[in-house]
Design a protein around this ligand. Structure first.
Ligand code: FCB
Length: 457
């Protein structure tokens, strides 16, 4: 895809945002670390999934990825060089408990993250740790994984070990990244690890993820003085494919499973009744006290925003009878995801109107384009730069609407292993040459650095 939008940058400045606003980048463990057999790390469901033929578009895996396990000082230098004041990363559960659980956590795993956190603090980067960004220990999957209720207890034991060890320095904790993806991509569509295709199980996984989140909140608070705890959801504005009443009704149903299925229980409303009615015998098994635990108050809501979804009524479209259709004539990234900064404003306004979280962080937002390395080594990723600038403008608009937005984390610091897409998709502000592991800041990264430095308080 050719980038032709280099001239369309909005007039946006860091000084347009409140003092104390957090600026950062996001990454996740399996996507960047590599070193899968080092430091006593156990097998994760992504190691196993990648080893299954036909799962990953380019047949690759995260075995080496960005070799961040060894190169993290350089990577944190890049984040500091951008002028960021925060950095979001995730912890690989199989580095802490290689077989998922145990009497004693793996010291080498804890040490790795301890050094990483110290490296952030030395560089003025506030650490934001995600406990679960999809790399479940395979040993737990062998016992049923997130379909099994006891995995909730294993998550709590893992959370306890990590927060005890890092809680003196890490104050910001995200329990789960995008439970929708874990549940549905991993258990209904088979597109992500563990590669299952069972809608009923996916629904049960949602419940166990949410339950493990809710039960982790007080545990984290007990272990971490002045903790700020939240969860990150992938949320989408849902728009109708036509003006028909049938499509309007499909929007409500689709939104029910995509967004409200998570937002409602987290905000004390239980699972949405209209969606429960559509699920029939696939409703989740819920035990007494679960919904109260899930509704435990948090300090912030993390939102990952990428694109809106356009849906049509479709009687064959699963429990919520909807089908995602491709809106014609709209701007798209190389992934085919619609580019809609306005969609971000709509989404943030809606979340505020319907749920009023006290604090909101955009914990991911970014784009993939087919980057070209020029003969002189530069990467002129005008599309990504424009995407970034226009979404920051959207963030400013949402703030003006009264959304309590407190920070923005760009996805991603580095090109990395993009799950089922392998290394085909590059989301980084920094280009990674996977043959040499050389990092090169792209034009979008330079733009972000200039944006951040120009208005530095
Ligand atoms: C999100 C994931 C993140 C990355 C981006 C592109 O859904 O949280 O790991 O893959 O998409």
């Amino acid at each position: 895809m050719t980038d032709t939008r280099s001239t369309a940058l909005p007039d946006i400045h860091r000084s347009d945002f409140p003092a104390g606003f957090l600026w950062g980048c996001s990454t996740s463990s399996y996507q960047i670390e590599g070193g899968v057999n080092e430091g006593g790390r156990g097998e994760s469901i992504w190691d196993r999934f990648c080893a299954t033929p036909g799962t990953i578009r380019d047949g690759s895996s995260g075995a080496v990825a960005c070799d961040h396990y060894h190169r993290w000082p350089e990577d944190l230098d890049i984040a500091r060089g951008l002028g960021a004041n925060a950095y979001r990363f995730s912890i690989a559960w199989p580095r802490i408990f290689p077989r998922g659980r145990g009497a004693v956590p793996n010291a080498a795993g804890l040490d790795f993250y301890s050094r990483l956190v110290d490296g952030m603090l030395e560089r003025g980067l506030q650490p934001w740790a995600t406990l679960y960004h999809w790399d479940l220990p395979q040993a737990l999957q062998d016992e049923g994984g997130w379909v099994a209720r006891k995995t909730v207890d294993d998550f709590l034991a893992y959370t306890d070990a990590v927060t005890r060890h890092l809680g003196d320095r890490v104050k910001h904790w995200i329990t789960h990244n995008e439970p929708w993806c874990t549940a549905f991509l991993g258990h209904q569509y088979g597109a992500h690890a563990p590669g299952l295709k069972d809608f009923r199980q996916a629904i049960q996984v949602c419940h166990h993820l949410l339950l493990s989140h809710g039960r982790a909140v007080p545990l984290i608070r007990a272990n971490v003085k002045d903790a700020q705890v939240g969860i990150t959801l992938s949320l989408h504005p849902i728009v109708p494919a036509s003006a028909s009443a049938a499509d309007a009704a499909a929007v409500t149903r689709h939104d029910g499973l995509r967004n409200r299925w998570f937002l409602d229980p987290l905000h004390g409303r239980g699972y949405p009744a209209d969606v429960l009615a559509l699920l029939g015998s696939d409703v989740p098994q819920v035990q007494a006290g679960d919904m109260d635990a899930i509704a435990t108050a948090t300090d912030f809501l993390g939102i990952n925003y990428y694109f809106p979804e356009e849906v049509a009524d479709d009687p064959a479209g699963g429990a919520v009878r909807s089908r995602v259709v491709e809106r014609h004539g709209v701007e798209r990234t190389a992934f085919g995801w619609e580019v809609s900064p306005q969609g971000m404003v709509t989404l943030l306004d809606r979340v505020q109107r319907d749920y009023a979280p006290a604090q909101v962080y955009l914990t991911e937002n970014g784009s993939t384009y087919d980057d070209v390395v020029l003969p002189d080594g530069r990467i002129e990723d005008a599309g990504r730069r424009s995407y970034l600038a226009r979404h920051l403008e959207a963030a400013k608009t949402a703030l003006a609407h009264g959304v309590p937005l407190k920070g923005y984390f760009a996805w991603s610091l580095l090109d990395n292993f993009e799950w089922a897409e392998g290394y085909v998709r590059r989301f980084g502000l920094t280009h990674v040459d996977y043959a040499t592991q050389q990092r090169t800041l792209k034009a979008s990264g330079h733009w972000y650095a200039n944006f951040l430095k120009a208005g530095r308080p």
